[in-house]
Design a protein around this ligand. Structure first.
Ligand code: BGC
Length: 748
């Protein structure tokens, strides 16, 4: 089996949605799910553009699903092709992660007994962000037939029923280009979609339209064993494109640009575009490949799969965009960004493509006004980041009420927006990690220092003086199965780090920044408050039994043996037996909380404490969040708990890449995908980022042949190779740098 190519030779209609998600194609600008060209029940035919949010009245902003251009209905002498009728043979579909191409090959015998060979292929250009292309090859095998293809732009789309676009304008131009122009209903963003068709033989093309769509109806007669080829080239452009960030936009410019993106590639056609795109992919793999040879197809493939998705989820140029919890692979989580980005995904970019990491942090910087408004709304100073972020001016994306409680039937109030405040410290932490890895002073001066200070101002205000110390009350920690808790250990430690970082920055007297902040604050007072809270913030420690309470009173909650639920393949099963209110009162956890700290702040806790707490909390954690397994795997590796690490690592690889679950239907889990990298490089590779060093302590898991990964550190690129002979660190680019390998400083 080739680890670079995902294949399927069976059609499992029940798994179609999952496959559509995990085989999503994209380039950081757009994402297109791998739906088949013809219609079938249950398909979630989504094309999403990064940053194209719309906010329906009385709801929160979500990524608007775009009109679909992947459709193509085929009929032969009036018989419509569909895999659910007739006989399908020699079926094979694949996603080539080396080149980004998605193909489907099959022989179809129609209900009337006529046989055809059909090949579909599709690509989203890695070299031209606005372009995608498709090709259909049709060969009649029984007799000459009249082939009719209907393909175009289908605007009859919604986000699970929610309309985001008004009536589109449709145009057909003399040069063969067809266009559709729409505007999002609330955010009022213009969108232009264009397509043009190319054929290998003479045919007629008739334009048809309906209220929301424009189609081409293509007819030709194809001889037995001859092949008819249609190529469809499509371009997308929106008013929010980075090209217009500092440019006077007009809808005429947008339409002309949209057409120009197509005109530039008509000559190239599908093959030329594929070649160009494959070259771009190849360059990416050459520069960034994390290569694992584990002698296990699932693990070897999962790391390529993870990197494939990491490559297509982040914008290559735009610093106004985050990464959604499902990236651009589905409607799940409405395209919103969470702490997932900074804590689970960003480390990959820090090590592999630091310029992308910087842009993601610049996005957070641009959200500062939103974060300041949010803090003010809840009566605090400083910057309080949205729990769920969308477009830079949209505000908090967290809904007020979630789905009903399955057991009680009552609607559940969501307090995450107000109380899941650790995201604020996570953003500051990530800005600092970026600095530690890159030494990018310019970033800190322009963005990082301000971000860290403004977030620290929030913490200093949010913490309350109680019991002769500062405490943080009424929060949801990293673990979402406990609400309204006091002194959540994860939150307090992260807030503390944020405060200490701010204190150090303020001690260094950043003059320009102080002048800016002085317009809003008395910086002398701010400095004092930050120092005072940093010094006196309560940081929970291990109690007599060696266990750190996840929050005040956590260990007196009811114990519950959850082995049964942990052994099930699916998640959230506990809710079939217990209501959320009951879970809140039990020592049952959804995901890593204290264990997160062992990953992020490895130098703060001694090994004995980590070991004891890992055992205690893992036993009580359901891993009902896809964010949980990877972190537990990483910590288990660091503790040398081989079997546990292996199992958790495997489970983490299976979240999207495994066979069994349907929980990827609404999109991949981008944090868990980042988590595969974390568990590999920061777990097995033992990579740690500390305030003043890059550390490596690699281990080779049993059965693995070798693995290698690139790391950018302070402007130099290193390649780390681990095999049975040990570890080799090679400097590929840049000046000599000092790192810590297995506890010893070395100059690379
Ligand atoms: C998790 C959060 C996560 C969110 C988005 C939730 O299920 O509990 O920690 O940020 O999903 O991935």
């Amino acid at each position: 089996m080739d680890k670079w190519i995902l294949t399927s030779e069976k059609i499992d209609w029940k798994k179609m949605k999952k496959r559509e998600s995990i085989w999503t194609q994209g380039n950081g600008y757009m994402g297109i799910r791998a739906s088949f060209e013809e219609g079938y029940t249950g398909s979630a035919r989504n094309t999403l553009i990064n940053g194209l949010f719309d906010c329906p009245k009385e709801e929160v902003a979500e990524l608007a699903v775009l009109p679909d251009a992947t459709n193509c209905e085929i009929s032969f002498n009036g018989e419509t092709f569909n895999m659910i009728c007739g006989i399908v043979e020699n079926f094979r579909t694949s996603l080539n992660m080396r080149t980004g191409e998605f193909t489907r090959t099959l022989d179809w015998t129609s209900p009337k007994g006529k046989k055809f060979s059909i090949v579909f292929s599709r690509m989203v250009s890695d070299a031209r962000k606005h372009v995608m292309a498709q090709r259909v090859w049709i060969t009649p095998l029984s007799e000459d037939v009249e082939v009719c293809l209907v393909t175009g732009i289908d605007g009859k789309i919604t986000n699970t029923g929610v309309q985001h676009f008004g009536n589109p304008e449709k145009r057909a131009y003399k040069d063969g280009i067809k266009g559709m122009y729409l505007t999002t209903l609330q955010s009022q963003v213009d969108v232009a979609i264009h397509y043009t068709l190319k054929f290998n033989k003479e045919c007629t093309e008739r334009i048809t339209i309906d209220r929301r769509s424009v189609y081409s109806e293509v007819r030709t007669t194809v001889g037995k064993n001859d092949t008819f080829t249609m190529e469809k080239l499509v371009s997308y452009a929106t008013e929010r494109d980075f090209e217009y960030a500092d440019f006077e936009y007009s809808d005429e410019v947008l339409r002309n640009d949209g057409k120009a993106y197509l005109n530039e590639v008509i000559e190239l056609g599908y093959d030329g575009l594929l070649k160009e795109s494959a070259r771009s992919w190849s360059q990416f793999w050459q520069e960034s490949l994390v290569d694992v040879n584990a002698n296990d197809a699932l693990i070897d493939g999962a790391i390529i799969f993870a990197q494939y998705h990491l490559h297509i989820m982040a914008s290559r140029d735009d610093n106004r965009l985050g990464i959604g919890a499902k990236a651009l692979s589905g409607e799940g989580y409405m395209g919103h960004s969470y702490w997932d980005t900074e804590i689970f995904i960003l480390p990959y970019y820090l090590c592999t493509e630091p310029q992308v990491a910087r842009r993601l942090l610049e996005y957070r910087y641009q959200l500062l006004p939103v974060a300041k408004n949010k803090a003010a709304k809840f009566g605090f100073q400083g910057a309080m980041y949205p729990w769920e972020s969308t477009w830079i001016t949209d505000g908090e994306g967290c809904i007020e009420y979630g789905d009903m409680d399955l057991l009680t039937g009552e609607k559940r109030r969501f307090t995450m927006g107000e109380t899941e405040i650790h995201v604020t410290a996570g953003v500051a932490f990530a800005a600092w990690q970026y600095y530690c890895m890159t030494g990018d002073e310019e970033f800190m001066e322009k963005y990082g220092n301000e971000l860290i200070i403004r977030t620290a101002i929030f913490w200093a205000d949010r913490a309350e003086k109680r019991n002769g110390r500062y405490e943080i009350l009424g929060v949801i920690g990293a673990d979402e199965y406990k609400e309204d808790v006091d002194n959540n250990t994860y939150t307090n430690y992260m807030a503390h780090k944020n405060l200490v970082l701010a204190k150090n920055i303020l001690d260094s007297n950043p003059e320009r920044l102080l002048r800016k902040l002085e317009k809003e604050y008395n910086m002398k007072d701010v400095k004092m408050e930050i120092s005072e809270v940093a010094e006196n913030l309560y940081l929970p420690v291990a109690e007599e039994d060696g266990i750190i309470p996840q929050f005040d009173g956590c260990k007196s909650l009811k114990e519950k043996d959850i082995t049964y639920y942990k052994n099930l393949d699916s998640v959230f099963d506990i809710f079939k037996d217990y209501g959320f209110a009951e879970i809140l009162q039990m020592q049952v956890f959804k995901q890593a909380d204290i264990v997160m700290l062992f990953y992020l702040m490895s130098d703060v806790f001694d090994e004995e404490t980590v070991r004891k707490n890992f055992a205690y909390y893992e036993e009580r954690t359901l891993h009902d969040s896809s964010l949980s397994m990877c972190i537990h795997a990483l910590v288990a590796v660091r503790l040398g708990m081989k079997d546990m690490a292996e199992k958790l690592f495997y489970d983490c690889c299976c979240v999207d890449f495994g066979e069994n679950t349907n929980n990827s239907d609404a999109g991949i889990h981008s944090a868990s995908i980042g988590g595969i990298w974390l568990a590999t490089v920061m777990g097995y590779g033992g990579l740690r980022i500390t305030d003043n060093s890059l550390q490596l302590k690699p281990v080779l898991p049993d059965g693995w042949e070798n693995y290698s990964f690139p790391v950018w550190y302070r402007g130099s690129k290193l390649k780390v190779l681990v095999d049975k002979n040990g570890c080799c660190v090679e400097r590929v680019l840049g000046d000599a740098v000092t790192i810590v390998l297995n506890g010893k400083e070395i100059l690379v």
